[in-house]
Design a protein around this ligand. Structure first.
Ligand code: NDP
Ligand SMILES: CC[C@](O)(C(C)=O)C(=O)O
Length: 334
């Protein structure tokens, strides 16, 4: 059985005596910086001037430029978008790393696919929360946490594991469970999960359900409530009690439909396509496409994003959510 670690098993005094630089203050960056600070760690945020800089200042954290933050810190956590990390690393981080420092990531993409090649004399580890950054922050504030994986790529000081675990505890993961992984396992499973299940899988399932109903002449509002709004309520039950817990709350009619119709939606062919997706990730084919897409200034990403935001489910959803003031405002509009 894999060992799952919790707060009481983790020593964090050594890391509390050092400075931690959080590079980036977006979804993960703001959560790591604020949670670590409130857990008693010494944090500085490294940024360029702009939206995130203003937000970090408003939140009361120390902010400076990326090179200055790296110079001040012993541990440098890179929470920039994956696609910009190699260039910023080369120009603003690498020149200021010293022997015995630690370079850290929340996702293994750039190390695993060799886009960043750190020097031998620094520790390299990852602490990857298994949840969106805004919920890493929200759960921490609620006294809970999001589980995290940690992995060591390079242990130059002999203390990389101790540092990574103390860091994971500081962001609140030790309340939920910390598991050891490798950069390869984290990168491949994370990419697979977000493509096939959590993001790509779920959004495609929701849209296909919505389109099936509206194309059959049902009202878009009814289709929205059925296929999008109720998804959160069902997923909450899955989060709390697994499949059995969710099935306890639904009707027996729904449960019978789940048993006989679910496997008609996700069948052996779907699983075969999931295996193709995993294979593209393992061989580097997906990474290659994403790196090239960014080098071309994202023509496909931008076109698809515009089209997705105009989908009828989005138009009707915006209207209906306005009528439900208790629904939390999306984090991008706060
Ligand atoms: N989103 C998530 O929940 C998860 C993300 N991760 C990983 O965490 C890392 C960060 O992702 P995420 O939090 O989504 O990133 P975001 O896009 O939310 O935030 C990126 C941050 O980087 C800053 N930034 C961008 N370019 C520069 C630059 N040239 N110089 C200085 N700062 C810059 C942005 O500031 P500005 O306002 O100036 O643009 C922003 O603060 C990635 O490795 C990702 O894979 C891992 C698990 C989950
Ligand atoms: C599911 C998407 C994710 O992997 C995450 C929030 O964990 C990401 O990279 O944003």
């Amino acid at each position: 059985m894999t060992t799952v670690l919790y707060n009481h098993q983790i020593e964090d005094q050594a890391l509390k005596a050092e400075k931690i630089a959080i590079i980036g203050y977006g979804s993960q960056g703001h959560a790591h910086a604020l949670n670590l600070k409130e857990s008693g760690f010494d944090v500085v945020v490294g940024l360029r001037k702009g939206k995130s800089w203003d937000k970090a200042e408003k939140d009361g954290v120390d902010v400076t430029t990326v090179p200055e933050a790296v110079k001040q810190a012993k541990v440098v956590m890179v929470l920039l978008p994956d696609e910009y990390q190699p260039k910023i690393y080369e120009e603003q981080i690498a020149p200021h790393l010293e022997a015995g420092d630690a370079l850290a990531f929340a996702h293994g993409f750039n190390i695993h696919f060799s886009q960043i090649q750190p020097p031998d004399n620094v520790d390299v580890f990852l602490v990857a929360p298994k949840g969106p950054g805004h919920l890493v922050r929200r759960t921490y504030e609620d006294g809970a946490g999001v589980p995290a994986l940690f992995g060591i790529y390079q242990d130059a000081t002999g203390k990389a594991t101790e540092t990574a675990l103390a860091y994971a505890k500081g962001v609140g993961a030790g309340r939920a469970g910390i598991l050891e992984t490798s950069f390869q396992e984290e990168t491949e499973t994370d990419l697979f999960g977000e493509q096939a299940v959590l993001c790509g899988g779920v959004t495609s399932l929701i849209k296909a359900g919505f389109e099936t109903l509206t194309e059959a002449g049902y009202q878009p509002e009814v289709a929205y409530f059925e296929c999008m709004h109720e998804m959160k309520l069902i997923v909450d039950l899955l989060y709390e009690g697994g499949l059995e817990g969710m099935r306890y709350s639904i009707s027996d009619t729904a449960q019978w439909g789940d048993f006989v119709s679910g496997p008609r939606v996700v069948d052996a062919d779907t699983k075969a396509r999931m295996k193709d997706i995993l294979s593209d990730i393992q061989t580097g084919r997906f990474a290659h496409g994403w790196i090239l897409e960014n080098q071309a200034n994202r023509p496909q990403f931008n076109a698809i994003n515009t089209r997705e935001n105009q989908h009828e489910i989005e138009v009707v959803g915006r209207k209906l959510r306005e009528l439900m003031p208790f629904v939390k405002k999306p984090v991008n509009t706060k």
